[in-house]
Design a binder for this molecule. Structure first.
Ligand SMILES: Nc1nc2c(c(=O)[nH]1)N(C=O)[C@@H](CNc1ccc(C(=O)N[C@@H](CCC(=O)O)C(=O)O)cc1)CN2
Ligand SMILES: Nc1ncnc2c1ncn2[C@@H]1O[C@H](COP(=O)(O)OP(=O)(O)OP(=O)(O)O)[C@@H](O)[C@H]1O
Length: 229
């Protein structure tokens, strides 16, 4: 079992009203600085290990994981949405051995969905989403991640958030920029974490800024689904 910093429990309400004015604001005074630094250090170490393990997988293993993830996503979306036509689905352009779901995205397009990809337009700000379809012109964005070469933006109904790690409470470990958290604090799509079952951690020690996902899908299946109220 992985040892880590003491769990903080669920995020509480922010101690001031700033979150009502800017929904992605969280009050740094509401966070124990020492504990936050411990969690950040622990996450950095886990992130490094998980990225190395993922990079070591064979291309065939990655392709088979991506194909299975696509099948589980199909079933999850069939259960959750009567019809994908007219829905805006944000995927991602795979980097660092992330499962390549561009083929799955093309299938969604054929079912009538519109597609988008995220872009870091400004550092430490929420992501923006650009319309995309296979073959669209791309340019290099932040971190050299390819992004659609357009100024248009869309608001997605469904967002795939690539996972480096995840926990059974529906929390995500990404690359450490906090971009999906900032984004999901402002817009509320159906947010699905996608990654490998090997990315599972006993807990990522959720912090006040972490936003829980609606579902987590790995090659093993739908590993987490938020209770519907
Ligand atoms: N394929 C893909 N596209 C994506 C994401 C993703 O996870 N996967 N993103 C999902 O968010 C956004 C890019 N995310 C990023 C996250 C962190 C950093 C970054 O600069 N990281 C710092 C470490 C930060 C820290 O530890 O404080 C670095 O590596 O130097 C850059 C981009 C948008 N596009
Ligand atoms: N809503 C927010 N407002 C300000 N800072 C935030 C917000 N959300 C996250 N952050 C900051 O981002 C940093 C990284 O967070 P975290 O480790 O959760 O990233 P991540 O989810 O792995 O990254 P990413 O989503 O980019 O892949 C944290 O130090 C946190 O302070």
């Amino acid at each position: 079992m992985t040892r880590g910093p003491k769990p903080t429990g669920d995020a509480g309400s922010p101690p001031c009203l700033a979150a009502e004015i800017a929904p992605d604001y969280f009050d740094p005074l509401g966070v124990d600085a020492r504990q936050a630094a411990d969690v950040a250090r622990w996450r950095k170490a886990r992130r490094g290990e998980l990225l190395l393990a993922r990079a070591a997988l064979s291309i065939a293993d990655r392709q088979s994981a991506a194909a299975r993830i696509g099948d589980h996503l199909d079933r999850l979306l069939e259960d959750r949405f009567a019809d994908l036509s007219g829905k805006v689905i944000s995927g991602y352009w795979p980097i660092k051995a992330e499962p390549d779901l561009r083929g799955w995205m093309a299938r969604c397009l054929a079912l009538g969905a519109s597609l988008a990809l995220p872009e870091v337009e400004e550092t430490n700000r929420p992501l923006v989403f650009r319309p995309w379809r296979p073959g669209a012109a791309m340019r290099r964005g932040h971190w050299n991640i390819p992004v659609p070469d357009t100024a248009e933006t869309l608001t997605p109904d469904i967002v795939l958030a690539p996972l480096v790690g995840w926990d059974a409470g529906g929390y995500r470990l990404g690359y450490g920029g906090g971009y999906f958290d900032r984004t999901l604090a402002r817009i509320h799509p159906f947010a699905i974490g996608v990654g490998l079952s090997a990315g599972r951690l006993a807990s990522i020690y959720p912090q006040p800024h972490d936003v829980g996902l609606d579902a987590i899908v790995t090659e093993a299946g739908v590993d987490y689904l938020r209770d519907r109220v």
